[in-house]
Design a protein around this ligand. Structure first.
Ligand SMILES: Nc1ncnc2c1ncn2[C@@H]1O[C@H](COP(=O)(O)OP(=O)(O)OP(=O)(O)O)[C@@H](O)[C@H]1O
Ligand SMILES: [Mg+2]
Length: 271
């Protein structure tokens, strides 16, 4: 019995001028599951995420949310659906404290003044619901937090706003071993709370530690979306580097492409 994907993209194409970046990409994100999006540098992962978050508009293809077709033309559209993206660096304002960051742009008011008590309570409850215990004070400036704590606050912010899908673009890239483990635990907890999670990572250990599904992009094409328990590290690495592994992935290159390549080999002598 397959659950309905929370978020499903089918046949997505996206180019910039003459550069076609995404070719017919399909991907599904399920509630209560972590889907890892992997692929080499330049494979199109961030571009795909920006299409989901409304920063880019897709050229063609369809997006459905909770089984219903939707259009996403702006980050506002994505946020209205409950899609939140946590970026590595852009997520938080250094000069504000944790509560101010979590409510930035969506402050609670009591009459004309800010309702600090309610905001602090809600921020604290959200962090507690995610079993975050490493943050000493909610009134600490974000500038004084460690990388892992910052990532934690950014994720908690997404949870506070009742997100249904949380997308994380390389959340552990700059973190040490212990902090990475904490952030991955938090990512797992988001899924255990019923959210759909999409996480981009270059780290195979992280991918295997936290994901239920792995989607591998190869040169802008979806090579395969597989259950994590059905594949080995080596197979995923092969999918990333060559687009296929055994009978998984993209079909073998057609002989025509070799013919094209042969034609491209022009005699030397040009200066
Ligand atoms: N705005 C743009 N205009 C033109 N080309 C772009 C633009 N954005 C991305 N590209 C191209 O699209 C391809 C995919 O880029 P993208 O950033 O999505 O890759 P990525 O998988 O996120 O890589 P990385 O792992 O390095 O972050 C690259 O070849 C890149 O040069
Ligand atoms: Mg990227």
């Amino acid at each position: 019995m397959a659950a309905t994907p929370l978020l499903e993209l089918k046949g997505i194409n996206k180019g910039f001028g003459p550069v076609q970046v995404l070719h017919d990409v399909s991907i599904a994100v399920y509630p209560g599951e972590v889907t890892a999006l992997v692929g080499d540098n330049g494979a199109g992962k961030s571009t795909l995420v920006k299409c989901i978050s409304g920063i880019y508009t897709i050229d063609s293809g369809s997006i459905s949310f909770g089984g219903n077709p939707v259009t996403i033309h702006s980050p506002r559209d994505a946020a209205a659906l409950g899609i939140e993206v946590v970026y590595q660096d852009l997520a938080l304002a250094d000069n504000l404290d944790i509560v101010q960051n979590m409510f930035l742009g969506r402050e609670k008011k009591k009459g004309i003044v800010l309702d600090e008590a309610t905001m602090e309570q809600m921020a604290g409850d959200t962090l507690a619901s995610l079993s975050v215990r490493t943050v000493k004070s909610l009134r600490q400036l974000v500038a004084s937090l460690s990388g892992g704590q910052r990532q934690t606050v950014a994720i908690a912010k997404a949870v506070l706003w009742n997100s249904k899908v949380v997308i994380l673009d390389e959340p552990t890239a700059a973190l040490g071993v212990a902090q990475t483990a904490q952030v991955l635990e938090l990512v797992r907890r988001l899924a255990d709370n019923g959210l759909g999670v999409l996480i981009i990572s270059h780290n195979m250990n992280d991918v295997f530690a936290v994901s239920d599904h792995i989607a591998t992009l190869y040169l802008g094409r979806m090579a395969a979306q597989v259950k994590t328990t059905d594949v080995t590290h080596a197979q995923v690495v092969e999918l990333i580097t060559s687009g296929r592994s055994g009978d998984m992935g993209l079909p073998p290159e057609k002989p025509a492409e070799f013919a094209d390549a042969a034609i491209d080999i022009t005699p030397g002598g040009e200066k």
